[in-house]
Design a protein around this ligand. Structure first.
Ligand code: AMP
Length: 365
């Protein structure tokens, strides 16, 4: 079988690796030459909305997916009539706009932080009056890894903050005093079968995911069920096919949805070694119309991103059981260059191994 992937970053690379294991060939459409996924399949270097390039994907591939969420929706719509493309354009469109996304969560009965649309400074002042401070001003579009957002503590900052973000449409969000950040990864296949992986706990550094642990410690059955239900409502609303990730804030026994990613997600990289079927395996299967595999996690697992620089490889590999994945990308401050997965027979052993990894990786965040 032949899979098309729009985007050629590390997520595309890991999708292709999962496909390769079951004999699936991958072709990437990537705007920049020499992408991370380059060695794993043919790369069509062209803008993401290039019709000739999209036509080639449609002709050559059995199904197409994408690995980043700022893919032009028009490109996905263009493909939709020609080849199975999953997730569909509706989910992508919702995930690209924070206001649409948060309204969608609410429409499905899913809690979020309080939010207000902000199109100009007058609306920002009104939103501050309504929501109170502190609050976070976020651009509606193109924000990721903490980019395109500013923390507001004082009403005096309103005008400057709006200008700093470029005067583009924004939302103002209440700051949530969360206990911790979690994510739920879920997958739905073409026939409507669904699975979720256990809740993941995520720690960020400077707005970028630093490390994840699964199962998130101390998760009750009720909390897992609530997260599964959130994922289920979103998957069903869209007749979604593929992996969906939802980032959550835990406040006591409540879960608030922060954002969703209609793709495989950084907080699921641990699943390559940590789950019976990884997010990449199941995404490829779902998109190509193959049966899903078990999302069971036999042993506690953690995963740390290598941000900004790659520590000494010998030191990393000397950590018992550490599995190192390097993406072949040039170092740059804060850039995701790879990740390291560790497992432990007990939570204490996992903690010890994770701390050994973090001691080597902390400096680049
Ligand atoms: P985002 O780009 O929305 O995923 O935000 C990046 C990070 O900023 C999140 O992972 C949180 O750590 C923090 N953050 C975002 N929104 C809020 C909020 N409403 N309240 C508290 N922290 C937030």
């Amino acid at each position: 079988m032949h899979l098309g992937v729009i985007g050629g970053g590390q997520l595309g690379r890991m999708l292709a690796e999962a496909g390769r294991d079951i004999g699936v060939r991958t072709t990437f459409l990537e705007a920049a030459p020499n992408p991370s996924a380059g060695g794993l399949g043919e790369v069509i270097v062209a803008p993401y909305d290039d019709e000739a390039a999209l036509d080639r994907l449609a002709e050559e591939c059995d199904a197409v997916t994408y690995e980043f969420e700022n893919v032009p929706v028009e490109a996905v719509r263009y493909l939709a009539g020609k080849v199975p493309i999953h997730p569909g354009p509706g989910a992508l469109e919702q995930a690209q706009d924070r206001l649409v996304e948060k309204r969608f969560f609410r429409s499905r009965g899913i809690d979020t932080a309080g939010f207000e649309p902000v199109d100009d400074v007058a609306q920002l002042r009104a939103a501050i009056d309504k929501l109170g401070l502190p609050a976070i001003l976020k651009t509606r579009r193109m924000g990721y890894d903490g980019k395109g957002q500013l923390y507001l503590a004082d009403p005096e900052q309103a005008e400057g903050a709006f200008a700093t973000l470029g005067g583009v449409p924004c939302i103002l969000e209440q700051v949530v005093a969360f206990d911790r950040e979690l994510s739920i990864l879920a997958v739905r296949d073409r026939s409507g079968n669904k699975r979720t992986w256990p809740l993941v706990e995520n720690r960020h550094a400077g707005g970028i995911l630093h490390w994840s642990e699964v199962p998130a410690p101390g998760v009750t059955t009720t909390l897992q069920q609530e997260a599964d239900s959130i994922a289920d409502r979103l998957l069903e609303a869209q007749q979604y096919v593929g992996v969906l990730a939802v980032e959550l804030f835990q406040v006591g026994d409540r879960l608030l949805a922060n954002e969703m990613a209609p793709r495989v997600h950084n907080s699921g990289h641990w699943s390559i070694e940590g789950a019976l079927t990884s997010q990449f395996d199941n995404h490829v299967r779902a998109v190509l119309g193959l049966p899903l595999g078990s999302t069971e996690v036999p042993v506690p697992t953690a995963c740390a991103n290598l941000l900004g620089n790659v520590p000494d490889l010998s030191e990393l590999l000397a950590i018992d059981g550490a599995r190192v994945h390097l993406y072949g990308k040039a170092p740059r401050p804060g850039r995701k260059l790879g990740h390291v997965t560790v497992q432990g027979a007990t939570p204490a052993q996992l903690r010890e191994r994770l701390e050994a990894v973090l001691a080597l990786t902390a400096s680049g965040a």
